[in-house]
Design a binder for this molecule. Sequence first.
Ligand SMILES: NC(=O)c1ccc[n+]([C@@H]2O[C@H](COP(=O)([O-])OP(=O)(O)OC[C@H]3O[C@@H](n4cnc5c(N)ncnc54)[C@H](OP(=O)(O)O)[C@@H]3O)[C@@H](O)[C@H]2O)c1
Length: 251
Amino acid sequence: MADLPLSGRVAAITGASSGIGEATAVALAQAGAAVSLGARRVDRLEALAARIEEEGGQALAVECDVADEASAHAFIATTVEKLGRLDILVNNAGVMLLGPIEGADTDQWRRMVDVNVLGLLYCTQAALPHLRDSGHGHVVNVSSVAGRTASAFVGVYNATKWAVTGFSEALRQEAAMSKIRVTCIEPGMVETELPTHNTNPAVIETIAKMKEKYGEVLESEDIAAAILHAVTAPPRVNVNEVLIRPTGQTR
Ligand SMILES: NC(=O)c1ccc[n+]([C@@H]2O[C@H](COP(=O)([O-])OP(=O)(O)OC[C@H]3O[C@@H](n4cnc5c(N)ncnc54)[C@H](OP(=O)(O)O)[C@@H]3O)[C@@H](O)[C@H]2O)c1
């Protein structure tokens, strides 16, 4: 694997148990990186790690809850301890629970803020010293089109993704001194488990209608390809922001 673009590099990916995180882990492993897979469903991480290793890659499954500061720090520490270094952090774990602001279950708000915002901050803070030591560190934050375009009934998810987009730009400026690159990825609608956690019937119906209207939505592999592009770009190139919509998505 010595001649692959990410040979010798280590990437930690949060939310690697499904969707975009899983596809990104596969793409980075195929490009030669040893991948550390973080999420709560450790059985899925172990199955993915086994699949990556069967294909000749190196993978480590680490049970973690990014919303828990100690668990987020332990994810990064375990990665470095077991894989020897850290070059790339993909902050991908996220939840999207939509509905009206009035009468909302505020536990759902807290979950989104805890995972989408605080989880990303905890992992980033834990990773920064290792990324600096790497000499070519890279943080990839998965925001959303929802971090650029707000909509009714998406308010709190919008707020969390706006936070990710804003934080990414501030981090980019701060980390540039340490030669750490920062990329903010903003996907439109991708076919994953993400919307399936919604329970509000009106939300479920609206998502189904939007999907029908767009015709064809993105696949997780489309986002993984954008992440791979950013992390394999020459060191002088810092891909700061990538906004990707399905061709039929208008907003
Ligand atoms: N799908 C879309 O249309 C779309 C569009 C724009 C942006 N995004 C963003 O893309 C990212 C990935 O989402 P996805 O679409 O791939 O959905 P997904 O398949 O539901 O994946 C979400 C991942 O986040 C993990 N996660 C959730 N809570 C966690 C926690 N407390 N600690 C650690 N991991 C946690 C889940 O793993 P466990 O449940 O095993 O912990 C899962 O692996 C999210 O940030 C999402 O906001 C998605």
